[in-house]
Design a protein around this ligand. Structure first.
Ligand code: B3K
Ligand code: ZN
Length: 870
């Protein structure tokens, strides 16, 4: 296959032809599937250009125009396109082609995995099924007849409503019709043998919707939570956004072989089984929460993505940023808002900031793309969601919902742009968001310096800000952004002081704000208020600020916003580590910090928030404070900080641990917010206690042996393995013995070992690649063992380069098999220039080794070229 060339957002052109209807007949066969695709096509505008259809890895058998075979000189074919010379302005084109689902290991297009036929078309996979105008702004009405190979495939599914079923020559078939015009990326078909969980949902309009969840045979006892989550999502979208489901049926199929989390195909979602299947014995609390969130996400796409879709792929954040925002709000309304917010902030700080500072940095609406699959990023998704959240902050819930209404009224049924979304928000609120639009245009994490002072005479708070945005590839110069900064004020005793304004809007490089407030009521003479900035992480920025430790301790204990309390603690930890690394000393803890943690542990604060506060920042998060990331020193000091805290606090921690453990033993496992929070704290305490010394080994052993649920069992395993406890091997073996063969559960076991920081980790990861449950064909296995390993800062970056070599070799093996997954693994190498000279050379060596592969996939080629030339 010839290498792809870059496409630019500025070059967008409306389609020269559109397709109104598509009639597909898919005769499934393991190695020789035949697709008959009849399209009604219209020329758009006044031109005589030929029709150019996309098609890859498929073989053309027949081509007919208005029912007549097309002459050989009237069409040309290459490995990516089929060009047909037509004179008509409206015509019917029939394409017959074949393809081989069995050899499709890339899991894009139509593939066969463990006996199930399945499709994945976003972004550009439909062209691997048939010749088509495979772009999101061509919307057609699909009728799909799927013919199964034989009677071993009782479930034959496609988008929309089933209109006919029967048998032809011993082969069962079903015809589906989707009344909503859609782009090809939302097409899906599935054919296999499943267990089926059925339910119904009555919309607020009183319409009954059939809900069907298809899972691998024998898995019904793990499917209930997904169904409950789906019904919650449907109800929530009606209540919060006024958006109601539109078809009579909603199907979800869980499959084991899937490149990402799930896919929002119209009326027929396909899910990675890890985001469907869980019961208390096999899934952790986090698994249950992830299922709720991904089920919600795909459901919410029905409006934000499917009914209103993207004009071109540069607009991906139009649907993804918005839908992530919606799923985050869903999880926050159903569960703990503070916990959700903190977890989302952690993703931004540890992953998005790194991407934004690296050679693949791109705005949430990229300007240049070689391989679209490379742009399903934490920037487009999660920073995209932060951008939507900032609009929500600026406009308020009512204003934002008015904007949403305007957006849906204007654009239902259309393929539109991020600009259309912002304009709807502006128009519905009579607001000018022209500076705000720069969030769509500029890459890079803004850096905001904040200085506050108190003018006692005028009883005014003075806030000075300066924002700078670093240069990123292709964007040397930046303009100031529109940054909402939420602030709050406290007395040194932690009483909150009312301010005249809690939301400052930064729009220029340097600004000064004067804020009045009820200072006199709360402050003694000569006292100044303590100011918290970027409450609730009101913008995805890095903050530079010189706040005394005492002020951070006050905020950690008293800030009104739980995210700011957590953040103050994170800053207290981060500072110590950063200082120790910079001065080449070893991190220390002082009494004030220990006392603050002790108070927190014994307080009646939400246990989940205590747990999050006690969880130290990741090495990646700390690394963002350095130009050159001194990875060894960062990892060692983080480890040392944890040990110090454990040494100082094990008495308090042990008591609280025992108390929670007892309390949870009183009743059976419950998936309630209260119990989830208790388990979270119990398990963070266990991880500290395990590093506090041998005296505590029995805790992980007892918790592991007696656990009634996977949350507690896995946490005991992790505490032991990650804490290098003496029982680690025993627990690893016991887990293997109990769960071998149950692949989703074994993924947790692979991951736990991949993240262990021991001298034997790399050899162990290699050995685990030969475990009977491991396979390089299955993305979940690769993610749990190998992608997890790239997150193991200590060992992926091991000084001898053997971690790099391991991952480099795997990428080489995956290049032909599954480039999308290979491309995810290579992310670990992207920031190679941020490390010391020795590591730079070692990482570069791997990048060059991969670059030299014959048939280098465009996914890898794009990333390597960017990272070597940036
Ligand atoms: N839209 C899909 C992602 C498709 C990824 C293609 N490489 C899942 C989602 O965001 O909901
Ligand atoms: Zn999505």
């Amino acid at each position: 296959m010839s290498q792809k060339t870059a496409k630019y957002r500025k070059d967008y052109q409306a389609p020269k032809f559109t397709i109104d209807t598509v009639n597909l007949v898919v005769e499934l066969d393991k190695t020789h599937t035949r697709v008959t695709n009849t399209m009604t096509i219209k020329r758009q505008g006044d031109h005589k250009d030929a029709l150019v259809l996309d098609g890859e890895h498929i073989q053309l058998e027949q081509l007919a125009l208005n029912g007549k075979a097309v002459d050989a000189h009237k069409y040309e074919i290459d490995d990516a396109t089929l060009t047909v010379h037509v004179d008509d302005n409206e015509f019917t084109l029939t394409v017959v082609n074949t393809l081989n689902p069995s050899t499709n290991k890339a899991l894009e297009g139509l593939y066969l995995a463990e006996g199930t036929f399945c499709t994945q078309c976003e972004a550009e996979g439909f062209r691997r099924i048939t010749y088509y105008l495979d772009r999101p702004d061509v919307l057609a009405t699909f009728t799909t007849k799927v013919i199964a190979p034989n009677a071993d495939y009782p479930h034959i599914l496609a988008n929309g409503n089933s209109v006919e079923r029967g048998e032809e020559g011993g082969k069962p078939f079903v015809t589906w019709h989707d009344p909503y015009p859609k782009p090809s990326y939302l097409f899906a078909l599935v054919c296999g043998d499943f267990d089926l969980l059925e339910d119904t949902f009555v919309t607020r309009e009183g319409r009954e919707v059939a809900l069907q969840l298809f899972v691998d045979k024998g898995n019904l006892d793990r499917s209930e939570h997904a169904m409950v989550s789906l019904k919650n999502a449907m109800r929530w979208d009606e209540e919060r956004f006024g958006l109601v489901y539109d078809l009579d049926i909603y199907m979800i199929v869980a499959v084991d072989f899937f490149n990402m989390g799930a896919m929002e195909n119209k009326g027929l979602n396909v899910f990675n089984s890890k985001y469907v299947l869980a019961n208390p014995k096999t899934g952790t609390d986090q698994d249950f929460l992830n299922i709720e969130s991904v089920i919600g996400h795909e459901y919410f796409h029905n409006w934000t993505g499917n009914r209103i879709t993207c004009r071109d792929w540069f607009q991906l954040s139009l649907k993804e940023g918005l839908t992530v925002f919606r799923d985050q709000e869903f999880s926050s309304d159903l569960g703990s808002r503070a916990v959700n917010r903190i977890q989302n902030v952690k993703v931004i700080r540890s992953h998005q900031f790194t991407e934004d500072a690296g050679p693949m940095a791109h705005p949430i609406r990229p300007d240049k793309v070689v391989e679209m699959n490379n742009f399903y990023t934490v920037t487009v998704y999660n920073k995209g969601s932060e951008v939507i959240r900032m609009m929500h902050t600026l406009l308020g819930e009512a204003g934002f919902q008015n904007g949403m209404k305007r957006y849906v009224e204007r654009h239902d049924g259309a393929a539109v742009t991020c600009e259309d979304f912002v304009r709807a928000m502006e128009d519905a609120n009579d607001r000018d968001l022209s500076v705000f639009r720069r969030w769509y245009e500029q890459a890079g994490t803004p850096n905001v310096q904040v200085e506050t002072s108190f003018d006692a005479e005028k009883q005014q708070l003075v806030v000075n800000t300066r924002q700078t945005i670093p240069a990123t590839p292709g964007q040397p110069e930046k303009l100031p952004m529109h940054i909402p900064m939420r602030i709050s004020a406290y007395s040194p005793r932690g009483e909150q002081i009312a301010l005249s304004d809690n939301l400052l809007e930064l729009t220029e490089e340097r600004q000064t704000f004067h804020v009045s407030g009820a200072f006199a009521q709360q402050l003694n003479e000569n006292e100044a208020p303590i100011i918290s900035v970027f409450d609730d992480f009101s913008a995805p920025v890095k903050v530079e600020r010189d706040l005394p430790e005492s002020a951070l301790l006050t905020l950690m204990a008293h800030a009104n916003d739980p995210v700011s309390r957590w953040d103050a603690a994170q800053q207290l930890f981060t500072r110590r580590v950063v200082d120790a690394v910079k001065t080449q000393t070893t991190v220390e803890v002082d009494e004030a910090l220990v006392t603050a943690c002790e108070r927190l542990i014994t307080s009646d604060t939400d246990p989940a928030l205590i747990a999050l506060t006690l969880t130290l920042p990741s090495a990646a998060t700390v690394g963002e404070y350095f130009e050159t990331i001194q990875i060894d020193a960062i990892v060692q000091n983080l480890r040392q900080l944890k040990r110090h805290l454990a040494d100082q606090l094990h008495g308090t921690m042990g008591a609280r641990y025992a108390e929670i453990y007892q309390q949870l033993q009183q009743h059976d496992y419950r998936l309630s917010g209260e119990d989830i929070a208790l388990r979270q704290l119990q398990n963070v305490l266990l991880s500290y206690l395990t590093v506090a010394g041998e005296n505590y080994v029995n805790l992980s052993q007892t918790q592991f042996d007696n656990a009634s649920n996977m949350t507690d069992r896995l946490a005991a395993l992790q505490a032991s393995v990650w804490g290098n406890a003496t029982n680690a091997t025993t627990l690893i073996e016991a887990f293997d013995k109990q769960w071998r063969g149950d692949k989703l559960v074994m993924d947790k076991w692979f991951q736990t070992q991949a993240l262990a920081d021991t001298d034997g980790t790399i050899a162990n990861v290699k050995a685990l690649m030969n475990h009977p449950d491991f396979s390089l064909d299955n993305p979940n296995r690769i993610y749990s063992l190998l992608a997890a390993f790239t997150q193991n800062s200590a060992r992926f970056h091991q000084f001898d380069g053997s971690g790099y070599e391991l991952i480099g070799d795997v990428i080489c093996q995956l290049n032909d098999k599954n480039p999308q997954v290979a491309s995810r693994l290579i992310s670990g190498f992207m920031s190679w220039k941020r490390y010391d000279a020795e590591r730079q050379a070692l990482m570069k060596q791997q990048l060059e080794k991969i670059q030299a592969l014959p048939n280098l996939a465009s996914d890898l080629q794009e990333k390597i070229e960017n990272s070597l030339t940036a």
